[in-house]
Design a protein around this ligand. Structure first.
Ligand code: C5P
Length: 445
């Protein structure tokens, strides 16, 4: 049987185009960058994909349905209430017929509609009727992109499985405006479409069940809060983005996932059972309760210490007295405890190491001292922007070597880690089958 990786590399580097015969539905939103879609359609068709297009009313102010239709060789769909279109294809079929839906340029308005499940025009209805998460390529004014409302909508869509391409940063069409908000360039859009096509082909080749089907994965995520008294606590800056992305990716790969998370501002990932805790002691207890597991990933930024004696009442300021001295005691090390279990240790225990210097050296030490199988190490120095940011540059450290991965989104780190897990599962199955047949040969079975 082919490993997940092998199928991936065959599909990625085969001689035929990675989007050949793919039916791509392109939803064009209203923005100046809509003109780039004409080039995109040409390049996709050259690669053997068929492209159907839905245009919003605003999009038609920037490019005409006539030019789009000339390039796709298909009618362009613009109106939810067009009787001919509804009779012949209908918005539900338009959505279901597509192998992949790309929204480009995705305006702030379209993103808000998608995040909230609105369906008051053809584009939003098609998106709501889809059973696959869309690819979204935003383009808008940087202030609109950075607006907390847009960022909130983006987080919701990501948690629902949508994949974002860009926006890129740079000069905007408006004078004196620069920042994040440019539509990704056509080659970048094509690369993302190809990657998603590969991943979906992979899922169908491996089986809809996914490469981690039948396995239980436990993931810890987020910070812990250690109370000082009923209103104050010690915390850290972990956002939980990486751990939540790992829970979502392992669930998407077919595993039963238990996510144990400290307090975060993130929606629960789709497909995982999410258990919410506050303190390190609660996280350890929840992790032990969640066992047995095949794989455990310890991504949480657990507080090293807690207050020795928590106040049962709010500690009062007292005039003329020095501030209270907080006595700390060590928290349990959840990773070390689980990795060191004699009985019921998960087969694969993965820890994280957040380091600010000598990342590889410190992480390797941690691999040994914690007794885990792999360490995912990252540079969390202030300059790296990893803490709370959307990107991560990590090194995967195993007992016999390490790999350094490129800087990528936390979702992509999660997907790459799932690939490695799937490969490990595959190779341990092969080893187990090999040793069974060796025992048979030696007459030991
Ligand atoms: O010792 P340090 O905090 O650097 O180790 C990081 C790794 O150990 C992470 O995988 C983290 O989730 C885990 N850890 C833990 N319990 C602790 C401290 C760290 O599980 N008390």
């Amino acid at each position: 049987m082919l490993g997940w990786r092998q199928i991936w590399s065959q599909s990625s580097h085969g001689s035929h185009s990675r989007v050949e015969d793919k039916r791509i539905l392109l939803i064009i939103g209203g923005g100046i960058a809509a003109y780039k879609c004409l080039e995109l359609i040409r390049r996709l068709r050259e690669r053997g994909a068929s492209v159907r297009v839905v245009m919003t009313a605003a999009a038609q102010h920037f490019v005409t349905p006539l030019s789009v239709s000339a390039l796709t060789n298909e009618p362009v769909f613009t109106d939810l209430f067009n009787l001919d279109d509804e009779r012949e294809i209908g918005h539900i079929r338009l959505s279901r017929d597509a192998d992949l839906i790309l929204v480009a340029p995705a305006t702030a308005d379209l993103i808000a509609k998608m995040a909230n499940g609105l369906a008051n025009d053809l584009a939003s209805s098609v998106l709501l009727a889809s059973d696959k998460p869309p690819l979204i390529a935003p383009a808008m004014n940087p202030r609109m992109w950075l607006n907390p409302a847009t960022q909130r909508n983006v987080r919701v869509l990501k948690a629902d499985g949508a994949r974002f391409i860009g926006p890129e940063s740079g000069e905007m069409a408006e004078r004196d405006e620069a920042g994040p908000g440019r539509l990704a360039e056509v080659p970048v859009l094509i690369e993302a479409i190809e990657e998603v096509s590969d991943a979906r082909r992979l899922a169908t080749t491996v089986g809809a069940a996914g490469p981690l089907h039948g396995l239980h994965v436990v993931v810890t995520s987020g910070p812990t809060h250690e109370p000082i008294d009923p209103v104050r606590y010690i915390a850290n800056r972990s956002s939980g983005k990486q751990g939540h992305a790992i829970a979502a990716a392992t669930a998407a790969a077919g595993a039963r996932v238990t996510l144990i998370t400290g307090p975060v501002n993130l929606p629960d990932p789709t497909g995982a059972e999410t258990i919410k805790v506050e303190t390190a002691e609660e996280m350890l207890a929840a992790t032990e309760r969640a066992l047995p597991a095949d794989i455990a990933v310890f991504c949480a930024a657990v507080a090293d210490w807690r207050i020795a004696e928590q106040g049962t009442q709010k500690i009062k300021k007292k005039k003329g007295e020095p501030p209270p001295a907080l006595k700390l005691v060590a928290n349990p090390d959840i990773l070390k405890t689980i990795a060191g279990r004699k009985k019921g240790r998960p087969d694969l225990v993965i820890g994280f190491a957040a380091e600010t210097e000598n990342v590889l050296q410190h992480a390797r030490k941690k691999l040994n001292s914690k007794g885990c199988d792999w360490i995912v190490a990252n540079d969390v120095s202030a300059e790296s922007g990893v803490m709370g940011g959307d990107h991560n540059r990590v090194h995967l450290i195993r007992k016999d070597g390490h790999e350094s991965w490129k800087q990528q989104s936390k979702e992509d780190v999660a997907t790459a880690l799932v690939e490695e897990m799937a490969r490990e599962v595959e190779s341990s199955k092969t080893k187990a089958a090999g040793s069974r047949s060796a025992r048979v040969k030696l007459g030991k079975s």
